[in-house]
Design a protein around this ligand. Structure first.
Ligand code: NAD
Length: 491
């Protein structure tokens, strides 16, 4: 790719945006400008919606067994281009090559699960609900649907939605994050090669104007969103006020509880991977540790060692274990939050601010940071940091720890580390989070399970992935029929 401006993908072709407004896409490690992204105008959403509406007429009549064939081809193409995709993700998003590759695996799994459409689209029926009367429920696609996605998983998050939407017979419009648009550009090249009919899939690049055009467009029946809670709330309320279906995944601040009976060696290794993997920019990253009783000292010591020994660097360098955060602005915001924690009385045990990576001095790097004695009533304990910063709190009992977990507004994920089954059961039974880990740091549901955020981490009813995806993207129709013999014409 040259340092030109990316195009949109509408009606089966790459088309230049009509907007002259562009943003530079910078490699977060080197700050080199990679390309420019257009901030498309509302009319371009309309062009995409018109193309999708037209394509829908034929796509919904295409037998489901045929509709999944381009998905099989897309999966093979993603596998063939895996290295190129991983490099693009690392260059625009900053995570390490291994993390980009792991993301691609999760994306592929969603394509695989969506090919179950011939079974997932099946309805239900009963014969003789009354004598001679049968009742059937069938699933029909909604029509044109759209998704708006965040920067931290440029491939996986769009594929939490796209394969299910199109396998169910809908036509799809994506607005990727304007911070990481290159991955979806590459995917659309693969979509073209996979042979989806024109108009079935479109990408419109941009920011708020594109989002608002999606939310207000009368032809768009449903909106999926992943991003921060403030934007999730905005999108959920405007989409639903306009009569659309909406599923909006928001921010997170995920606690992990460490019991004194946990295996401390593996627990600290897993906790460090969860807190500092992807530079803490994962919606399932552990960001708060709650140690119970005597777990406190050993956990803190071992975690600080594991964190300090992580190699921070450019994600395409083989030895890098942690990359930069997405933008300079994000780096400033995270550093300010660490300072806020200090002002509120936390102890900075490991300070990742003001550190440089040799050869990448201008990169948006923050090294692993640990704050101890974070008060449960502090502003920091309630604010999503979304960076490599881990806060520590302490409790005297499992009951107190669970109360601290449930006191947070977010409910994306919560984990416990213990060797006691009864404690683990009490935890999973009582926590008000939708994705729960037991001796696991990143409880990411497989593609055939719903991604179950709760409370301020999710607005809607049906979640992303799997059977929930098919339910979200289909309307149920119930048919009740009676065919009395005496009404039949005699031949
Ligand atoms: P973001 O909310 O800033 O942006 C997400 C999308 O919304 C982007 O496409 C962006 O263009 C659009 N957007 C941003 N501001 C908008 C506005 N005012 N009006 C309309 N649209 C707007 O999120 P981000 O910084 O890209 O991603 C990080 C956030 O995403 C974190 O809060 C993280 O927890 C969350 N996230 C959540 C999950 C989950 O499963 N719950 C998964 C990944 C990321």
């Amino acid at each position: 790719m040259t340092k030109s401006t990316l195009t949109n993908f509408i009606n089966g072709g790459f088309v230049a945006s009509k907007s002259l407004d562009v943003l530079p896409i910078k490699n977060p490690a080197t700050t080199e400008i990679l390309i420019y992204v257009p901030l498309s105008a509302k009319t371009e959403v309309d062009s995409a919606a018109q193309a999708a509406s037209l394509a829908f007429k034929e796509w919904r009549r295409t037998p489901v067994g045929e509709r999944i064939q381009p998905l099989f081809r897309l999966k093979a193409l993603v596998e063939q281009h895996r290295d190129e995709l991983a490099q693009i993700i690392t260059r625009e998003c900053g995570k390490t090559y291994a993390e980009s590759d792991a993301e691609i695996q999760r994306a592929i799994e969603n394509i695989e699960v969506a090919t179950s459409a011939p079974i997932m689209m099946q309805g239900i029926n009963n014969e003789d609900i009354a004598r001679g009367i049968d009742e059937h429920m069938i699933r029909q696609p909604l029509g044109v649907v759209a998704a708006i996605t965040p920067f931290n998983f440029p491939l996986m998050v769009p594929l939490w939605f796209m394969p299910y939407a199109v396998a169910a017979g809908n036509c799809f419009i994506l607005k990727p994050s304007e911070k990481v648009p290159m991955t979806m550009h590459k995917l659309m090249e693969l979509v073209s090669a996979a042979g989806f009919p024109k108009g079935v899939l479109q990408v419109v690049n941009g920011a708020r104007d594109v989002v608002d055009a999606i939310l207000d467009h009368p032809a768009i029946r449903a909106v999926s969103f992943v991003g921060s809670t403030a934007v999730a709330k905005y999108i959920y309320s405007r989409a639903t006020a306009n009569g659309k279906r909406a599923q909006c995944q928001g921010g997170a601040k995920n606690p992990i509880v460490i019991m004194p009976d946990a295996d401390m060696e593996t627990t600290t290794r897993i906790a460090a991977d969860s807190a500092f993997g992807c530079a803490g920019q994962r919606c399932l990253a552990a960001s708060v540790g709650i140690t119970v009783g005597t777990a406190r000292n050993e956990f803190l010591e071992r975690l600080a060692d594991a964190a300090a020994s992580r190699t921070v660097g450019y994600g395409l360098d083989k030895n890098a274990q942690m990359g930069p955060v997405i933008t300079e602005e994000s780096k400033g915001r995270i550093e300010n939050l660490v300072a806020l924690g200090e002002r509120e009385g936390a102890t900075v045990v490991l300070d990742g601010r003001n550190r440089k990576v040799a050869g990448y001095e201008d990169g948006n790097f923050i090294f692993p940071t640990i704050l101890d004695n974070v008060s449960a009533t502090s502003e920091l304990s309630r604010t999503e940091i979304f960076g490599p910063v881990f806060s520590l709190m302490h409790a005297d009992s499992i009951e107190e720890a669970i109360a601290l977990v449930n006191d947070r507004a977010y409910g994306n994920a919560a984990s416990i580390f213990t060797s006691n089954g009864a404690t683990a059961r009490q935890f999973r039974y009582e926590v008000t989070s939708g994705n729960v880990g037991i001796n696991l740091g990143v409880p990411a549901p497989m593609a055939y399970f719903p991604f179950s955020g709760w409370r301020e981490s999710f607005f809607g009813d049906l979640h992303a992935q799997g059977a929930h995806g098919f339910e979200f993207y289909t309307e149920t129709k119930v048919i009740i029929e009676r065919w009395p013999k005496e009404w039949s014409r005699k031949f």
